[in-house]
Design a protein around this ligand. Sequence first.
Ligand SMILES: *Cc1c(COP(=O)(O)O)cnc(C)c1O
Length: 209
Amino acid sequence: MLFLPNPHAPTARLFAEADIHRLADKAARTGWLLVIDEAYHQFSGTDYAPLARANPSVALLRTFSKAWGLGGVRAGYLLASPEVCNVVQNFVPPFGLPAHTAQILLAVLESPGYVQGIVQTLVAEREKLFQALQKHPTWRVYESQTNFLLVRTPDAAAAYQGLLRQGILVRRQDHYPGLEGCIRVSVGTPQENQRLLEAAFSLAEVPHA
Ligand SMILES: *Cc1c(COP(=O)(O)O)cnc(C)c1O
């Protein structure tokens, strides 16, 4: 089994479509499963459901935690061939979906435009934040297809602490190989993003001892 988050976390990028199709073909030929984790797919506008439908060696994981804004509901789903679903069913506890969870999911699923509204606002804010952070004197911001931005700073610990002192919590990513200095910033409300920008630019002005 190969798990592929697409868009990827924490790089916030998409894999090339041709590469995903090559992996899917290979999975079909050699009998393994390609599991595409589409936790962020609404923010990139990608959807591998047609591929999973056409190729039983491809399965998709989806969550209500990101674009739907329902992390506390703890719900997600698998899109896979009946054969794969039958196997997975053996590992799922009986009555795994509480009634109140189902009611919340029904309410949002039956509200036209619910998720599209969240995604549209977030993507617009993400692009504004991206443009603004590109002007930062010492940080380098990477293009994102998700609801967060990966930023390379001169010193992840200093950036983390400096932001925290101003009441802003980000996630350090510098423990990953190749992501030295990197932090991950969630796109927030317009007010939160403005505060982040002010804090980020104020950090660059701190004189070095
Ligand atoms: C958030 C996330 C998930 C799903 O998380 P749950 O809240 O447990 O549904 C899955 N994969 C990635 C890459 C994520 O970022």
